[in-house]
Design a protein around this ligand. Structure first.
Ligand SMILES: N[C@@H](CCC(=O)N[C@@H](CS)C(=O)NCC(=O)O)C(=O)O
Length: 235
């Protein structure tokens, strides 16, 4: 059994989608980052960086003590290794997947979350700008350019391919995380300008396991105002 600490967010969806795709038995615990749960003693003991997602595998392959894994893309790698699925065991394609996993880990999450902090209503939770202050449009525009570049790279890689690295893999799941809520970052409004990416996205969204992964914590999702929830889940 795997304990999964998270919340419906792009990084945590990577975990919930992979757990569903792999049919693993897991127990979800909500860590409400808006309420500061990530700094509470119990989670603080488990997490080096006080961030979600984080998993504890109570039945690791070596049959030893429970294994803790943090960082969403490290979790994907761990789950793929554990099950022998969604990552070729050997050969060139294994390294293709690992390269795209690193591409995601080092390029995708940060400009998205930081742009959101710059464009959020000044003074609102998560906003970098204090109430009444002028938003920093230069930083927000710089991050928008970085995000747009990522979509161009994705589009090039998906040319003539159904999936990022030939077969469906953890690299697709990693990158999908921030493509789902793309409209909240106010950079890519319409995927039709990236037809390869749009085709890839639609085929992934149609997967039942992806849908189950996105249904994570519906009780919590129901508390989010429609104005944010609808683009966030791309409903
Ligand atoms: N690079 C990390 C980023 C994790 C991250 O930023 N998680 C957010 C939620 S999606 C979080 O826990 N934020 C709480 C905080 O920063 O205090 C990953 O991919 O797992």
């Amino acid at each position: 059994m795997i304990d999964f600490f998270g919340l419906p967010t792009p990084n945590c969806w990577k975990t919930s989608i992979a757990l569903e795709e792999l049919g693993l038995d897991y127990r979800y615990t909500r860590i409400s980052i808006g309420d500061g749960d990530q700094f509470e003693a119990e989670f603080d003991r488990l997490s080096p960086n006080n961030k979600i997602p984080l998993i504890i595998d109570h039945a690791p392959l070596d049959r030893g003590e429970p294994q803790r894994v943090f960082e969403s893309d490290a979790i994907l790698l761990y789950l793929a290794e554990k099950t022998g699925q969604l990552l070729p065991r050997q050969g060139r394609n294994r390294f293709e997947v690992i390269q795209w996993l690193f591409w995601d880990a080092s390029n995708v999450g940060e400009p998205h979350s930081t742009r959101l902090a710059f464009i959020a209503e000044p003074g609102s939770p998560g906003s970098i700008t204090k109430k009444g202050a002028e938003p920093n449009t230069m930083a927000a525009d710089f991050l928008a350019g970085k995000i747009r570049d990522l979509y161009k790279q994705l589009e090039k890689q998906l040319s003539g391919k159904d999936y990022l690295c030939g077969e469906y893999s953890i690299a697709d799941i990693a990158v999908l995380g921030h493509v789902i809520p793309r409209r909240v970052y106010e950079v890519i409004e319409d995927l039709s300008e990236f037809p390869n990416t749009q085709r890839w996205y639609q085929s992934l969204r149609a997967r039942p396991a992806v849908q189950r992964g996105l249904a994570l914590d519906e009780e919590m999702l129901a508390t989010i105002v429609d104005e944010f929830r609808i683009p966030f889940l791309d409903q």
